[in-house]
Design a protein around this ligand. Sequence first.
Ligand code: 0X9
Ligand code: ZN
Length: 678
Amino acid sequence: MRRVAGELHAVIVVSPETETRLARQGYKTTLPGLALAPTRVAEDTFRTFHSFDNPVSGIRATLSAWTSADTLIHVDSVGASLEGRPMLVVKIGPAADDPARPNVLFIATHHAREWISTAVAMKLIRWLADSGGAAIATHDVWVMPVENPDGYQYTFTNERYWRKNRRLNSGGSYGVDPNRNYPTFWGVDELGSSSWEYAETYRGTAPASEPETRAVMAFHAAHPPVVSLSYHSYGGLLLYPWGFRAGELPPDLTRYQALAGTELAPAVTDSVPGSPQEHYHPGPGWNLYATNGEYTDWAYRTYGTIAFTTELTNGCCLQGLYYGFEFPDDSVLVERVFRDNLPFARSLIDASGDLAHAPGASGLVPGVPRFTSLWPDSWLSLDASAPRPLSLTLRTGTGALVDRSVQTDSLRRGVLRTDWRTDLHLDAVRALRAVATNVSAELVSLAGAEPLDKGWRGWWRDSVGAPGAGKYSWYAAGGFDTLTSPPIDLRGRTAVWLQLWTRHNGSAFTPEQNGVIQFSGDSGRTWSNVALIVGDGPSWYPMRVDLPQAGGRRGAQVRFISNQFSWWLDAVGFASDATTVFAQLATAAGADVSENPVRSDQVVISWPATVGSARISVFTFTGERLYEATVAAPTNEYVWDLTVDGGARRVVNGAYIIVVDVDGNRYRKRLFVARPSQ
Ligand code: 0X9
Ligand code: ZN
């Protein structure tokens, strides 16, 4: 290691993957000929990429030209950056912000050097204005093309690889990472962000210390988005919460998977010539790496916004050249990236109108509560508007009933830790029922490398199992190995799915190292792929694979093929849903509110005319009951006064769930309170 002009230099030999990872962590390679050296860039000499400030071709000038020429494009500023640049937000469609229309937000370029994301956002604005049709008439669609205008400008004038904003830190370094500065999980550990001001992931001195962060927050308070998408580059990924801790999954997992798809049914195609992959890999943020103070975790936790991060393009390879952050200045290729990503952007806009029913890429029906796992933890994916509190009943093999109340914190909403031990094994965990929501499911088989588990072939036995799931797990050391289950009789079972717990040391940059899950319904004569796992998963987490084809099969088998993947498995079992009760839930609708988002101090809640009295409950998004009232028939509306909150305190801005129980029906409505001047 040597020191050159104040920088530490080290000579190390690494694989291209590690080099990519190091580059993303802010290390720069300075070997001649490699594209990662910081380069000085003249402003706006590109065909497809434009600075913020250039008076003719810059983003600001372009948007103001578009606004004057086009009645469907409206530009507003929601604050100013540190250096005083406007934080521009573009609304495409009618000028008026109509609370009856759902808000959808697209943000680009938190990170200065990720130019392709601003280019794609600008193309999205044009496409919406030129061809948006019903999408912009029935939704309030907003695009913030540059979240970090100071840093972005700096990449055109000074340093192509600049990432952060341009804050002068106390020790003399520059920049806070805009995607580590949000208040949610801000600085919870040193893994997901850095306290060292020189680091590329420096989180700043305090939550929301940066004016750019505060501008995004102010926008959300004024126009809470039902759905949002934050464009970054690169990697070819489609990420969703949570990102702050490996293994943590969002309560709306079904909804996220419905929209982003799964590895075998992904929502975004990658058609950039030479890209080594065919689609963008969907998954929770920690599949890439953990982040804290990050935008999507914040938007989801604060407003219930279904928020995604897209890492545009794989970064490899064109004419055999790895290009990373420097997407080629080629209008045909930029257009391709835009076209690849347009269907997902459109599906998000469409889905925002009716999140509970709009099907996404995967064909899953969102809004229907369902188990991700039954054992050793029961994880129930719930709609944010599902009633609280929730309790789960477990019927044991001996017929005994055990009631557990579900934790109501919003992180693990719907997650019940059953915390029993393996000695109870399968018979003890039959027929789990979630009473409050009428969801029930039953484990049909269960195995996890314990001495009792007979008939499994392949892989090693590791002496560390998933928490609560016995002493052992199965382990593939990273070669090409297959683990095969014995055949299970599923006759008489419908709505079958596979539950498993897994852990893996992969990388989102090496998707060719992966784990394949296959199913056979004929005792191993024929096999088909049912799931694919890629990326990093350093903590145990549950996974559900729907296997409708498994219902009624006599010889149902699964196998797990490791393609150079360090992969652990535990608590593998077939489960079956009681599907009829699911259908009843989907029909629950019918409560209405006078304005949404609420901008005044009173909101009228109404429901269909009834005979009995109605019970109105207001829950916070985290599931705490805030307020309750009873209204006698025939009155079928209630005025909720937000200034008093039952006499206690003023109701704060945010997302709330209204539940109306009347005549045996339960009506739910998600309500946003976004009053100015609080
Ligand atoms: O690190 C980031 O902020 C994003 N990647 S980038 O290379 N564009 O900087 C990823 C954020 C998504 N969330 C998680 N990975 N947890
Ligand atoms: Zn980024």
